[in-house]
Write a new protein. Structure first.
Length: 137
């Protein structure tokens, strides 16, 4: 079950410049910056109440973010929904006819397991599912 909007992902050309813009808009500094080498991106996260803003800058010219910016320019890249059980949600959405782009969840930024749903089934919006990775001691 979808629990909430986890974050809105925004593709940017220059994350340092974009951090300054969003810090002014939101009145807070980013709480975390993280390089996700597997996706070819540098991320920056801002808290906005129960949801977050994620800025994404390409670190690889072949990354999805680089291709997105080349095709569409900077802007909203995806909406991420928080879920408790990502595998169950992936199966549910697949059975409902959505194209889930990952066979299994992968590690994403901000301590999350993630997968994506193709925008051709979601009125042109790339959807990300996010599940918090539980740390056991």
């Amino acid at each position: 079950m979808i629990e909430k909007i986890e974050h809105i992902g925004i593709a940017v050309k220059n994350i340092e410049q974009a951090n300054q813009v969003y810090q002014k808009i939101l009145g807070v500094a980013p709480y975390k910056m993280e390089n996700v080498a597997s996706e070819g991106v540098q991320t920056s996260f801002f808290n906005t109440g129960e949801s977050k803003i994620e800025l994404l800058e390409a670190t690889n010219p072949e990354s999805a973010i680089a291709k997105f910016i080349a095709k569409k320019g900077e802007g909203v890249h995806h909406i991420a929904f928080g879920v408790k059980d990502i595998q169950t949600e992936m199966k549910r959405l697949s059975k409902a006819g959505f194209t889930v782009l990952n066979e299994k969840p992968k590690k994403g930024a901000d301590n999350k397991l993630v997968c994506f749903v193709h925008p051709k089934n979601t009125n042109g919006v790339l959807i990300e599912l996010c599940q918090e990775i539980k740390i056991t001691l």
